[in-house]
Structure formats: structure tokens, C-alpha cells
Design a protein around this ligand. Structure first.
Ligand code: HAM
Length: 425
């Protein structure tokens, strides 16, 4: 029968890779706790309306990348393409925003029907960090410092920080008309994608990677030149705070981001080591979103890290990590021994926390079982045969170097194991 394969753009993370993922997740949890952020676990599926209202109708995500379906009741639901909207929805729903700031984070899968390629998948994972209820540039700076600390903890170098300010909604509206005017006067130079964006989301034309458009886009009006005093002041204070904290950055006036909810500060961390998919983290301020989703007026800011991309960076020049083989492999031969094996194994696990012990499973003779013990790469084989059952003993055979074997009285087995293997490793 034809084997069924995983869905295109959705990949398994095999056991050989999970240790690096865990290292990343553990470092993130640690760093986030150090800044007073709390974990939120929202559902993976939300009402489609949530993303239409937040991410925005004119975005690529809402226009063509969402996994949307009707449930059995006919309600339109969507696998979340990002997590900011869910965090905001949860904070409103549980009334977490009454006069208090909220620092939240979440790690989990997101779904976008994009063209799969290296570093771009249809199911991918994000670390999402959101700070709700804080208006000042100090919290934007905190988020950037938190990101920088995470890169440091992971030993990642060469990540560049780019920042920009998109101003308030009013500024964006006024700027959009100027930009449309400019782009329309260069309409014949625009490629097909940019022509489409000109009609739906003109700011995104600035994001085009087409080298043919570079000169024309460089001469386009820039939003940063149209900021009001409040937005400019906020952006300048942020830059001063970053400089005071020793964080290097570049102001990129063409950084616009792909989601509609941003106002004011936006930023991305970028690497040159991953080819085209160089943005490992992106975020910014979204002061209007809470209200747009039905909550009280609440300033907010946040970012999301693309975990597949960070894992790829962590793996550059790093030998595949050893997932940690078992300390011992228990094999029982004969009916009575097979019946006793699990209870003996449970006693050992109770007595030696951290012990990695495999109990042989399945039929077969002693030879097959020893072969399995060997393949498991365990340090020790614990052999429970008919003789051992009769004498209340167990044989311990070293599976490395000498292959030495000793027979131990059952009551002394825990002590012997504690001496022979390093359970903490
Ligand atoms: P985003 O820029 O769409 O922002 O995604 C953030 C990061 O997720 C990207 O920089 C990238 O590393 C990763 N990413 C995005 N799409 C894919 C994909 N198809 N495959 C692999 N990695 C991907 C957001 O999602 C916003 N919610 C961030 C935010 C939080 N803004 C404020 N708060």
C-alpha cells in the first residue's frame, strides 16, 4: 500500500534534533522569567474574524496564507498564523488589562500556506512575547534587550538589529496617500507583485526584494520623515536607550513588516547566515490593536522569534547533539523473569532518579535480546535469567570496553548501579 507522507511544508522534528530545540526553549524560558514574563497557552484554532481584524484584510497572510475551514456548525475557524492576536484576545476576554500591564509569552506552532523553502514552512514555531499596557519606549527597549540576551545565552553572534517607526494610524494614512501617489507615477516600473500590493497594501511595496525596484524605492517618500512630534520623540528615546545599553542597531526606513496592526516602533533581528530567510525575529508596537479587537484602549508591543531559523543558526558548525543513550538495558529470559522485569525496573527508577533504563520488549531468545542491548548503546546490560531468578541475583555486563560481567545479589543492585553509572549524566 502507498505510504502516507507528511503535508508539504510541515516537517517532523526527529529525535536527533529535539535536544537543540529543548536547549533553545529552556534558554528562552529562563531569560523570560528573568524579565518577569509569564507563559500563556492559548488554543491553536481561533475564529477567523480575529485574524481578519488584527493581521488585516490586505495582508498576504489573510489574503492567501490562512488555513481556514468551517467547523461542523458552519463557523469559520482558522489555524493561527501568528500569536499576537490570540494573546490580545485572551487578555481582553479574561479582563487582564484593568489598570495593569501584562508581560506574556508563548511558544508553539503557527500555520501559513506559504511557498515552502529552506527556512520557510507551512507549520513553523514561534516564541511570541507580548507586553500589554505599557506606552513608553522603555518597554520597546526591554523587549530588544531581552532578545539580545537570548542570542547571548544561545551563543549566537552576528545578528543585526534593524529598527524603524511607522507612526500613528493617522500618520500612516496620510503617508499612504503620498506613497501611492509616488508609486503610481512609477507604475510602469513595478513588478506584478508590487502592482497588486499598490492596490491592497502599498506600504508592503517598500519591502520588495526585487533588485530592479531598488533605486526607485530608495527615492520613495519615507514614513520616518513624516512622523509627528510624539512618534519622533518616542523613537529618539528608544534609540538613546539602546545606545545607553550598548545595543547596536541600524535605522532602516524601509522596514515595514507584513502585518497591519503596527504603529510606531518596529524592529527585526536579521542574520546573513541563512540565505534569503534571514529574519529570525520581528516585532513592534501595536497601540490600536486591543481596541480594534474590542478591548479598552491599551498600548502594546511585542515580537516573535522564528524557532526553525534560530535552530538552524544553532546547528551551524555544531556536531549533532547526543540525545543521551540509556544507562542500562534490562533483559529477562524465561517466563518468571519476564514477569518480574517491570517491577524490578520500577524499583530501580524509584531509587535512582535520572536513571535511563530500557526494559527489553518483544519475543526472542537470549542472543536476540543481547543484540538489542548492544544496539541501544546502553552502558550496562542487566540480565535476569532462570538462574538469576532462582538465586535472587542479577548479572551486570558492561557493554563498553572490557565487557566484564559481575553477578550481584538483588538487594545490592541499587548500590552497584549507583557506583557503576553516572546517573546525573
Ligand atoms: P512575523 O514577522 O510574521 O511577525 O513572524 C516573526 C518571525 O517568525 C519571523 O521573523 C520569522 O523568523 C518567523 N516566521 C514567519 N513565517 C515563517 C515561516 N513561514 N516559516 C518559518 N518561520 C517563519 C509575527 O508573527 C508577529 N506576530 C510578531 C509580533 C509579536 N509583533 C508583535 N508581537
Amino acid at each position: 500500500m502507498k505510504a502516507i507522507q507528511a503535508i508539504r511544508g510541515m516537517k517532523d522534528i526527529p529525535p536527533a534534533e529535539t535536544p537543540v530545540w529543548r536547549r533553545l526553549e529552556d534558554a528562552a524560558r529562563d531569560v523570560l522569567a528573568g524579565y518577569g514574563y509569564h507563559e500563556l497557552r492559548p488554543p491553536i484554532v481561533e475564529k477567523t474574524e480575529l485574524f481578519r481584524r488584527s493581521v488585516g484584510e490586505g495582508t498576504d497572510i489573510v489574503e492567501k496564507e490562512m488555513y481556514t475551514f468551517a467547523d461542523r456548525n458552519g463557523e469559520s475557524l482558522t489555524l493561527r498564523p501568528e500569536c499576537t492576536a490570540s494573546c490580545v484576545r485572551a487578555a481582553i476576554e479574561h479582563s487582564w488589562l484593568r489598570g495593569r500591564g501584562q508581560r506574556l509569552w508563548h511558544i508553539g506552532p503557527m500555520f501559513r500556506y506559504e511557498k515552502p523553502q529552506k527556512g520557510r514552512y507551512r507549520q513553523f514555531h514561534q516564541l511570541d512575547v507580548e507586553a500589554l499596557g505599557f506606552p513608553g519606549p522603555d518597554i520597546d527597549a526591554e523587549l530588544i534587550l531581552l532578545g539580545a540576551r537570548l542570542w547571548g545565552r544561545l551563543g549566537l553572534q552576528g545578528l543585526r538589529l534593524e529598527i524603524n517607526s511607522l507612526g500613528s494610524r493617522e500618520i500612516q494614512q496620510a503617508y499612504r496617500s503620498r506613497l501611492v501617489e509616488y508609486l503610481s507615477s512609477h507604475a510602469e516600473e513595478l513588478d506584478e507583485d508590487s502592482q497588486r500590493r499598490l492596490g491592497t497594501n502599498p506600504l508592503r511595496v517598500l519591502d520588495s526584494k526585487n533588485p530592479r525596484l531598488r533605486g526607485m524605492l530608495e527615492a520613495a517618500p519615507q514614513i520616518i520623515d513624516h512622523l509627528d512630534d510624539q512618534s519622533r520623540g518616542h523613537f529618539e528615546q528608544l534609540q538613546a536607550m539602546l545606545s545607553a545599553s550598548g545595543i547596536g542597531f541600524r535605522v532602516n526606513p524601509r522596514l515595514v513588516r507584513g502585518l497591519d496592526y503596527y504603529t510606531g516602533t518596529v524592529f527585526e533581528w536579521i542574520t546573513d547566515d541563512l540565505g534569503a530567510q534571514g529574519a529570525v525575529c520581528g516585532g513592534g508596537r501595536y497601540d490600536g490593536l486591543v481596541e480594534e479587537i474590542g478591548g479598552p484602549p491599551t498600548p502594546a508591543t511585542g515580537f516573535a522569534v522564528g524557532l526553525e531559523r534560530v535552530v538552524a543558526l544553532m546547528q551551524i558548525g555544531e556536531a549533532p547533539s547526543d540525545p543521551g543513550g540509556p544507562h542500562a538495558y534490562l533483559l529477562a529470559v524465561g517466563e518468571a523473569a519476564e514477569r518480574a522485569a517491570h517491577s524490578l525496573a520500577e524499583q530501580l527508577r524509584d531509587a535512582l532518579p535520572g536513571l535511563r533504563l530500557i526494559v527489553d520488549a518483544g519475543p526472542g531468545n537470549f542472543k536476540r535480546k543481547m543484540k538489542s542491548a548492544d544496539r541501544s548503546q546502553a552502558e550496562l546490560a542487566l540480565i535476569l535469567g532462570e538462574d538469576e531468578m532462582r538465586d535472587q541475583r542479577i548479572s551486570c555486563k558492561s557493554m563498553r570496553d572490557t565487557g566484564s560481567q559481575q553477578t550481584v545479589v538483588r538487594s545490592e543492585l541499587i548500590e552497584t548501579l549507583a557506583e557503576r553509572i553516572n546517573v546525573g549524566a
